[in-house]
Design a protein. Structure first.
Length: 157
């Protein structure tokens, strides 16, 4: 189910990459709001899960496409951040999402993976899986480009 691990291919530039990503994730208000959970962090690969909540659904009862996109965009962004230098951050500069199937399940797993890191641009891909019981189904794929930026100061609030 998971996109193949990149950790054997990429070496992080920051030995503290995992704690930096976990700290950043906990400052993301949108993840706290929707209930996103950081599951795993490896060099070039990040997994975020989201439990089903009816408040996040569209009118047909499926998880809203904007929520699906939010979790996979964050997974791709954090995958890129895992390979960035200390003191650098990333911003999404473009993405394309293919919604493959209706988003129905008990949980949703977004996996972001770096395809090609770079000093300015980092190319990533992501998948979102719907999980329920013994069932797993691919519901979305993303291709995203991240841009390296100077890391901003941490917010006080």
């Amino acid at each position: 189910m998971e996109i193949s691990t990149a950790s054997s291919v990429f070496e992080p530039r920051d030995p503290a990459f995992e704690s930096r990503i976990r700290d950043s994730f906990h400052r993301q208000f949108v993840m706290a709001t929707i209930g996103g959970e950081l599951q795993s962090v490896e060099p070039g690969v990040v997994c975020i899960e989201l439990p089903f909540r009816k408040e996040l659904c569209q009118q047909h009862g499926f998880l809203h496409a904007g929520i699906v996109t939010t979790i996979v965009d964050s997974a791709c962004g954090y995958a890129a951040l895992s390979l960035s230098e200390p003191g650098r951050g990333v911003l999404t500069v473009e993405y394309k999402v293919s919604l493959i199937a209706p988003a129905r399940g008990e949980r949703f797993r977004a996996i972001g993976k770096v395809l090609k890191p770079g000093g300015t641009l980092c190319f990533t891909e992501g998948e979102v899986w719907a999980l329920g019981g013994e069932e797993e189904s691919l519901i979305a794929r993303m291709s995203a480009t991240m841009m390296g930026i100077a890391e901003e100061r941490k917010r006080k609030d």
